[in-house]
Design a protein around this ligand. Sequence first.
Ligand code: XUL
Length: 526
Amino acid sequence: MAKLFLGLDSSTQSLSAVLIDLDARKVVYEKSLNYDQALPRYKTRNGVLPNRDPLVKHSSPLLWADALDLLFAQMKRDKVALGKIVAISGSGQQHGSVYFNEKAADVLANLDPKKSLVENLRGVFTRKTSPIWMDSSTTADCAKIRKQLGGVQYTVTRTGSDTFERFTGPQIRKFYRTEPEAYTRTAGIALVSSFMASLLAGKIAPIDFGDGAGMNLMDIRKKNWNHDALKATAPGLVKKLPPLADAGHVIGKVSPYFAGKYGLNPEALACVWTGDNPASVLGLGLTKPGLVAISLGTSDTYFGTMEKCQTDANGEGHVFASPAGGYLSLICFKNGSLAREKIREHYKISDWKKFGELVAATPPGNNGAILLPWFEAEIVPRVNKPGVRRFDLDEKNAAANCRAVFEAQMLSMRLHSQWMQVAPHCIYATGGASNNRELLQIMADVMHCRVLRIEISKSAALGAALLAAHGWSVESGKPMKWEKLAAGFTAPVAGSEILPDKKAAKIYDKLLEKYALCESDALDII
Ligand code: XUL
């Protein structure tokens, strides 16, 4: 009988499912449910509840639970063989948090299939809404925690990242500070990932090491709660946090709620969930150290895999535990396709093909021209006052500016990923701009590394399905190796390989020095 594994991804705007047949190495079903469209009564916009304060970004845990019911109902309608699912895992938008009172454990253990999840869960929360990763209202809390921990260095070395507004610790601190009574009544705090896993398992689920690293509360090396960080955040926190565990670890059988209501096999296993980025690492096949993915999206993201835990002394990058073992580094550059589009619009270039042709018409290294494309405030390096700057670059030269924007983005990635101390040996490029060969050639040359394109739209949900398969294999006493598990699901696009050009790579080594000087010069002025 086919062994099916279900991966769910509870993301900012939607809940997605990817079902895999492990033996056939095939994705057999995929579905996405958009919150705004499917559940308009929550009045979210792009998955976020309206708020007068532009810094506050919350969503609703009931919305996420409701979406889970809807998605299972949809799968049943689509005649998905729910009875053949062996194990379920998932991933959630990182950093978001859910606050339970003392009734929650009991309610979860006795979910009534005659009611909806929402009806079952009424009265179990001490905080009606959940702050999510887009929230940036905790600057004061970040500063306090960082200071109490002894500064950026200590915070980064211990927790894997500097304090960031969206990270869960600062969010918990704000809750304690602004609603102390509700904080005191809180018996348990979950992440989006562990909240969703708790529904499926019918008990409070552990937080995994990957998503736990996005809280400023976990010791990144020892992989346990860091008591200094907990103390700097809020009183009595240790009693409110669940245990930490490996992503994919089997929590138990799925709650009878799902078996009774939707026909899941009552023996199916509910596994620990992780964050969407750690799950994407699996979904993109980054199962060995030295493999890197660069996602060229709205913002550009550099994901690296590391065997040893290196942290970023500048406090710009993040380190999470990778579900495939070792660590995952993540750096997020805000001016990604946003900056490329601004250049394209500014020079009235009709399409990306033309943009690529203009890039190809200019030489690698652009004769020493440098553009700093900080159209928006930048995360890496930290730039609070945006501004575009040109060095030895003629603003009137459209082709040179097209090359300059992408060269700068790649040089910045190389410069700001050096703290990882792992030279990539293969880069998987994904996201909108990755089908532009001219741009990928620059990537290969700047990074001195071969580049392959990978096209996986639901990489987090796929990674979650692989996690479920891994959890099941461990539970059955025959743990599967990640590489073997992911094989066939995560292959790069055939014929997409681009090799670095030795001559161009040398030019970029020199240009990197100049780029670094221009960057520090501009940062001094800003
Ligand atoms: C990572 C982060 C985002 C969310 C998106 O630190 O905040 O990538 O995980 O869901």
